[in-house]
Write a protein that binds this ligand. Structure first.
Ligand SMILES: NC(=O)c1ccc[n+]([C@@H]2O[C@H](COP(=O)([O-])OP(=O)(O)OC[C@H]3O[C@@H](n4cnc5c(N)ncnc54)[C@H](O)[C@@H]3O)[C@@H](O)[C@H]2O)c1
Length: 282
């Protein structure tokens, strides 16, 4: 169902690899809500994934860019503004990768070149794209920039490794640049802290199935799906959230406010499961 929330708006969506990608779902919803978009990803991801299918569906050009490369980003913003004949209104940063995680290096045995890459890909790229956009004056006033984060930025989650540090940096960049861009051009910058979601990047997290189950049990509303996330991000791109900036917004079914839930406790204390059948503890 369309509410025409993004009618007349234009934006760039980073990070759609395949149908499971959060960025894929955001791209589809953005177009459904009346936006025109440009899609971008690394050349290798464009080759390996199915972004062309999305591009066809969304009538969107795909412009390759490695988000760690300032020159690629400059080219992307130039070509995007050329394509639209002017400025854009929103940007989605939906990018994450850790070579340490991929190569099985644990947090107490990090390879520091890999660590730099984790930070560059998953966090510094956010700074780079905002800095390039600002220098090129690529965004209209009251524009909106969103990046995807995870609660490992605030709380330690076993196995999330150096991505936790990357997410902490990502959220800090949203605040630091949010001040500058907000003051100057009323552009808002937020991060959305999403539930574990079965995507290519998500499934690479150590013990992902257990993490999904734990989060599902702990969250009163259950885990938020990629489609749920897309709905939320659309509101942040829309004019309905013009004064929300420099925030890390939890989109996690309530997980971040929980300590222990009945559904999680049932796993640890089997006898309680029987009690629950008689007494509904609140
Ligand atoms: N899946 C989850 O459980 C979950 C939970 C919270 C937050 N997130 C975040 O959501 C975002 C999107 O991930 P996803 O789960 O949709 O997985 P995904 O694998 O579909 O998307 C990750 C994307 O990052 C892109 N990418 C990697 N290196 C890049 C680079 N140098 N330049 C440009 N693009 C690059 C990949 O090509 C891919 O499209 C990430 O920031 C991730 O950390 C995911």
């Amino acid at each position: 169902m369309s509410y025409h929330l993004l009618k007349g708006k234009k934006g760039i969506i980073f990070g759609a690899l395949n149908e499971q990608s959060i960025a894929w779902q955001v791209a589809e919803r953005a177009v459904e809500e009346g936006a025109e978009i440009v899609l971008t990803n690394m050349a290798v991801s464009i080759r390996m994934g199915t972004i062309d299918k999305l591009a066809e569906k969304c009538h969107a050009p795909v412009i390759p860019a490695d988000a760690t490369s300032v020159s690629d980003l400059e080219n992307l913003f130039d070509r995007t503004m050329e394509h639209f004949g002017g400025r854009i209104d929103f940007i989605l940063h939906s990018i994450g990768s850790s070579p340490n995680v991929r190569k099985g290096r644990t947090y107490d045995d990090l390879n520091y070149d890999f660590f730099q890459k984790t930070l560059d890909i998953s966090a510094v790229s956010f700074h780079k794209m905002i800095q390039v956009a600002r220098k090129k004056d690529a965004l209209n006033e009251w524009g909106s920039i969103v990046a995807l984060s995870y609660i490992a930025a605030q709380r330690t989650l076993y196995g999330y490794n150096d991505m936790a540090d990357a997410k902490a940096l990502l959220e800090s960049i949203a605040r630091s640049f949010g001040y500058i861009y907000g003051r100057e051009k009323k552009i808002r910058i937020n991060t959305v802290s999403q539930s574990p979601t079965p995507t290519t990047a998500g499934s690479g997290v150590f013990g992902f199935d257990g993490l999904m189950d734990f989060a599902e049990r702990m969250s009163p509303l259950g885990n938020a799906t990629a489609a749920d996330c897309a709905d939320f991000v659309i509101t942040l791109f829309s004019d309905l959230t013009k004064k929300v900036t420099m925030q890390n917004l939890y989109h996690d079914g309530g997980f971040s406010s929980m300590g222990m839930s009945r559904n999680a406790m049932a796993v640890y204390n089997k006898s309680l499961e029987l009690e629950y059948q008689d007494v509904q503890h609140k």
